[in-house]
Design a protein around this ligand. Structure first.
Ligand code: CMP
Length: 137
């Protein structure tokens, strides 16, 4: 069993799609090990996305993540990292496959409804960034 960090971003929470996305996560056989709705500060957002610091979209990206509540989750499944990325669909919703979360709920590459870790090392880092061990049940 593998764990990944998953996050429903401010656009999808604001649009009232968090429940639909959580239902889909359960329907696809993930176990939700941790989940909370939180407001990410700008400082936290800048740290979370520090790997993108040099990219032209960094400021907009970090401000967006801090712009409203998000739902932070830890998901467990066989190959959870890839399974969650497949379920989200392509980063740019214009390229996302039919039925994926980003195809259904994202409006642009900047406001793309969901985030998922891209590798085991980043999953471990991102889980620890948002959750204490006691919050993972
Ligand atoms: P996420 O998976 O959260 O990781 C970084 C985010 O940057 C990504 O989703 C997109 O929402 C955003 N982003 C904006 N422009 C780009 C781009 N050109 N390439 C990759 N990510 C981008």
């Amino acid at each position: 069993m593998e764990r990944t960090y998953a996050m429903i971003k401010p656009d999808a929470v604001k649009a009232g799609n968090a429940g639909n996305i959580i239902a889909r996560i359960e329907a696809e056989g993930f176990r939700i090990v941790g989940m909370k709705q939180i407001r990410v500060s700008l400082a936290q957002s800048q740290l979370f996305y520090v790997v993108h610091e040099a990219r032209p979209f960094y400021n907009g990206l970090t401000e967006f993540l801090a712009s409203g509540p998000v739902v932070a989750m830890v998901l467990e499944k066989d190959n959870a990292i890839k399974a969650w990325r497949d379920l989200m669909g392509a980063t740019n919703p214009a390229q996302a496959a039919e039925g994926t979360i980003r195809k259904l709920y994202a409006t642009s590459i900047d406001e793309n409804a969901a985030h998922g870790s891209d590798a085991p090392e980043t999953a471990a880092q991102e889980i620890a960034f948002f959750f204490t061990t006691a919050e993972l049940v």
